[in-house]
Design a protein around this ligand. Structure first.
Ligand code: ASP
Length: 340
């Protein structure tokens, strides 16, 4: 009789032990890990030239390498996220920093946010037009102000006070994005439907995001964007909204989103994923899928990158593609663009 009772007792002890160490995965927790995205949208292999694809792969690889250097040398997850997003903002390929999309009035208005999963500190900025690297200003808001969110002229005045350089707005111009605005304006005219809704660009969105886990077990998340082509009336999307486009908490996960921002705000996507993990003990992949499913049920598109404290990663999206990649300490970097 005794041996029949022994098995369930052992199983209970075993699962309690696993519970204490976190997830019941057989994989060893990596020293560090980092995940990036460069936007989700209609990204199809048949529409992409070889050179174009290579340019994106190179940019994603450079971003992963930058993040790995920071984390491998003992840098914090916040350092890694800021370094990676800075690099992606400087690339004209992505809709963040240089290469941002244009507003209805032909301006570039940039949004960014950053969250530290260790202490839940955050910094966010919206609608800035002269900040070369919005993610760096978000970090200054997080670390050097008692507030968490600054917008427009005020955010730029704060940047000046912090010793940051203000750029001429022409720095952000790229012909490709200008043409994108012209197409959106034409389409709007032909549809005669001037609404307050921002126009969804005809192709890729291109927002950038990064989540990281450092050697001390701390998570961080950041997102940076030019928003949506042809946006007007000071429209702000999910990217600078903590809980919608960005979230990090050492107790659950780090998230950065990309997609149709209005729906990511309405669903509080980033926090929703963290909440499902905290309150329902859902694994990363399941929580991330569930959140994207909710967005999809509203006929909205986009994707997320998610990383938990054990180095588990999820990168679901409901579009044709999402520029994305990750590194896990001791493993080869992985880069993906299309559905695979
Ligand atoms: N989520 C961003 C926004 O709505 C756009 C994007 O991710 O492509 O502003």
């Amino acid at each position: 009789m005794a041996q029949f009772r022994l098995f369930p007792t052992l199983a209970l002890v075993f699962s309690l032990l696993l519970g204490c160490t976190g997830k019941s995965t057989s994989k060893k927790k990596p020293d560090y890990a980092l995940v990036i995205h460069g936007g989700a949208g209609t990204i199809l292999k048949k529409n992409m030239s070889e050179e174009e694809e290579k340019a994106y792969r190179d940019a994603l690889e450079a971003a992963l390498q930058t993040g790995e250097e920071v984390l491998a040398s003992g840098g914090s997850s916040v350092d890694a996220v800021v370094a990676v997003i800075t690099l992606m903002e400087d690339s004209p390929l992505f809709n963040a920093g240089k290469g941002a999309v244009f507003t209805h009035e032909g301006k570039n208005e940039l949004d960014a946010s950053l969250m530290n999963g260790k202490d839940l500190n955050v910094g966010a900025i919206a609608g800035v037009t002269r900040i070369k690297n919005p993610i760096q200003l978000a970090r200054k808001v997080m670390e050097n102000s008692e507030h968490v969110f600054f917008a427009r002229d005020g955010a730029e005045a704060f940047a000046l006070e912090q010793g940051m350089e203000l750029m001429d707005p022409s720095y952000f111009y790229t012909d490709r994005r200008w043409q994108g605005l012209q197409r959106a304006l034409e389409k709007e005219k032909s549809q005669k439907s001037a609404t307050t809704e921002p126009q969804i660009p005809d192709s890729k969105f291109g927002t950038v995001g990064c989540v990281a886990l450092d050697k001390n077990g701390n998570l961080a998340a950041g997102t940076s964007t030019g928003g949506m082509t042809n946006k007007r009336f000071g429209r702000i999307g999910d990217s600078p909204i903590i809980g919608a486009g960005t979230y990090a908490n050492n107790n659950s996960c780090a998230v950065s989103a990309t997609g149709h921002g209005e729906f990511f705000i309405r669903n509080m996507v980033a926090y929703d994923i963290a909440a499902m993990m905290s309150y329902q003990s859902m694994p990363v992949a399941q929580a991330a899928e569930a959140a994207i499913e909710k967005v999809g049920k509203m006929n909205a598109t986009g994707g997320v990158i998610v990383l938990d404290g054990n180095g588990n990663i999820a990168m679901p999206f409901n579009t044709e593609g999402m520029y994305r990649g990750y590194i896990i300490a001791g493993e080869k970097p992985v880069i993906k663009i299309y559905k695979e």
